[in-house]
Design a protein around this ligand. Structure first.
Ligand SMILES: O=C(O)c1cc(=O)[nH]c(=O)n1[C@@H]1O[C@H](COP(=O)(O)O)[C@@H](O)[C@H]1O
Length: 236
């Protein structure tokens, strides 16, 4: 079975990493109809962003709730059930087997897709070692993808530099979502395992998550259009 091919507009997910609903609404207005998929994480989510998520969903936009859940199974399953009731399209959990199983159980028959975060894009080999994982980035990603596949997860969040090996390990089923995307010339910030939008799509990413290069740009709509043009070029 093949992963459903995303609508080209849905390939770009804009991370609304902003401090207030007002700031997010202003970026959304400036982006207009060019962007149809938004991600809400800690910063906005803990500042009223779940209300905005409801409004976006009611307005026909797709919403990715990125709280990277990781807790005992009962808590994860119930939290995911609430995100399913909200109408979110995607939600993240850390790629621990117990957590992934609980999330898949918690979403029930809803269309919510559970994405398992493998190794954060801000981690390099030294960061992973410091956290106590001695196997290295590639082996840790591979182990987590194999476990996610076994569980039947809906998708994987990984660095664009891992996308090709993740697709090979995951098989055709399952979405690949890559943050750590940096158009040429943009600030890298705290990201470590990065690629351009073109390279990420060519490596097999289904969706790209882009935050600061768009939302912190003086012209967010132009920045989003530039990323979408790169996506289109990579797909042609
Ligand atoms: O799960 C995520 O979305 C995520 C996973 C990961 O490994 N790295 C990562 O950067 N993210 C998120 O992707 C977004 C990237 O934002 P920018 O670095 O501003 O483009 C942020 O909202 C992060 O929380």
């Amino acid at each position: 079975m093949h992963a459903p091919v995303p609508d080209p507009r849905d390939r770009l997910i804009v991370a609304l990493d902003l401090p207030s609903v007002g700031a997010a609404e202003s970026v959304i207005t400036r982006l207009g109809d060019s962007v149809s998929f938004y991600k809400i994480g800690y910063e906005l989510g803990f500042a009223g962003g779940l209300g905005l998520a409801r409004e976006l969903i009611a307005d026909g936009r797709k919403v990715f709730i990125d709280f990277k859940l990781h807790d005992i199974g009962n808590t994860v399953a119930r939290g995911v059930a609430s995100l399913a009731a909200l109408g979110a399209s995607f939600a993240t959990v850390h790629a621990y087997p117990q957590t992934m199983r609980a999330a898949m159980e918690g979403k029930g028959a809803s269309p919510l897709r559970i994405l398992a975060v493998t190794v954060l894009t801000s981690y390099d080999e030294a960061d992973l070692g410091e956290a106590g994982y001695g196997a290295g980035v590639a082996a840790t990603v591979a182990r987590r993808v194999a476990q996610a596949r076994e569980i039947g997860i809906d998708g994987i969040v990984c660095a664009p530099t891992d996308a090709a090996s993740v697709r090979a390990a995951l098989g055709a089923k399952g979405a690949i979502v890559t943050p750590g995307v940096r158009p040429d010339g943009s600030d890298v910030g705290d990201q470590k395992r990065i690629a351009t939008p073109f390279a990420a799509i060519r490596a097999g990413a289904d969706h790209l998550v882009v935050g600061r290069p768009i939302v912190a740009s003086p012209d967010p709509a132009a920045a989003a259009r530039a990323v979408q043009a790169e996506i289109a070029r990579a797909l042609s």
